[in-house]
Ligand binder design. Structure first.
Ligand SMILES: NC(=O)c1ccc[n+]([C@@H]2O[C@H](COP(=O)([O-])OP(=O)(O)OC[C@H]3O[C@@H](n4cnc5c(N)ncnc54)[C@H](O)[C@@H]3O)[C@@H](O)[C@H]2O)c1
Length: 269
């Protein structure tokens, strides 16, 4: 293996990618495969996962490097069963990419439905971070595996996005838990980091950011005006940061949230 493959490759590592049928983590899944990993996509709709697997195979991935599990990440018992089934069929898992999350809801504070707020917190914080990390950490500690977790934070982790009440609260908590989990699990050789994507045209936020004719909406224009790169991100642009943080070369990096945002966070006037 070359120096770069040794440091930054994922050869023969097994990664579970939750929400792996989605726009961003589906793209990262492609990057993981190209870096040599085997992957298991977890999501709550088998048809979405199968569609993603076909796309990855069309892009050159080997079918035997990809497995799929239908699992509701809001249910701790289902996570534990899927983990058991995954290890039984593919061997030990070393990487957990917590990719479930999102929200397309934008409302005034006074119009915000409390049940919706709670649902979005549950999706992004419970399913998207706390529950899978708890289950995987317990499995890794029991089996003496030095695993690594990658969370998906957001620009909302740093500064709330207008109208996105539950989402901003949950993503701030994801960044907080990244630090807390890193500190707690370091004693077991487990690392926990996050990437914070800027604005990407995913399934959920495309309508918020882009009109049907491809021009940016008013919100999209505001985002672009605030992004020094003056464009939205392309999901493939998340791969390098995700692979790096999960690779052996990042062995001394723990508890960080790395923005991949076209400079959104360094905007000034
Ligand atoms: N798109 C962006 O610009 C952007 C920016 C910052 C952060 N993010 C974050 O990146 C992550 C992925 O976003 P995306 O835009 O790719 O979303 P997406 O909707 O395309 O993908 C999410 C996937 O999670 C699955 N899922 C939802 N609920 C589930 C559950 N309970 N159990 C199992 N699977 C479930 C869905 O089926 C879907 O395939 C999210 O955490 C999101 O908040 C996205």
């Amino acid at each position: 293996m070359t120096y770069l493959e040794n440091q930054f490759g994922l050869k023969d590592k097994l990664a579970v990618i939750t929400g792996g049928g989605g726009a961003l983590c589906g793209a990262i899944a492609g990057g993981f495969l190209k870096a040599g990993a085997k992957i298991v996509l977890w999501g709550h709709k088998m048809s979405t996962l199968e569609e993603k697997k076909n796309e990855l195979i069309k892009d050159g991935a080997k079918s035997e490097y990809i497995e799929l599990y239908e699992v509701n990440l809001l249910e701790e018992a289902q996570i534990n069963s899927a983990l058991e089934a995954t290890t039984a069929s593919m061997g030990h898992v070393e990487i957990l990419l917590n990719g479930v999350g999102g929200s397309s809801v934008r409302t005034a504070l006074t119009e915000t439905d409390s049940a919706d707020f709670e649902r979005i917190i549950n999706l992004n914080l419970m399913a998207g971070c706390f529950l899978p990390t708890k289950c995987f950490a317990s499995y890794w500690i029991k089996n003496n595996i030095r695993g690594t977790v990658l969370n998906i934070a957001s620009m909302a982790s740093f500064n709330p996005l207008s109208g996105a009440w539950g989402y901003s609260a949950a993503k701030a908590a994801v960044m907080n838990q990244t630090v807390a989990h890193a500190r707690e699990l370091a004693d077991f050789g487990i690392r926990v980091n996050a990437i914070a994507p800027g604005f990407f045209l995913g399934k959920q936020n495309r309508k918020l950011l882009q009109n049907e004719d491809g021009t940016p909406t008013t919100r999209g224009q505001n985002v672009l005006a605030h992004t020094p790169a003056r464009r939205f991100g392309n999901p493939e642009e998340l791969c390098a940061a995700a692979i790096f943080l999960c690779s052996p070369g990042a062995s001394f990096i723990n508890g960080v949230t790395l923005p991949v945002d076209g400079g959104y966070l360094c905007h000034n006037i």
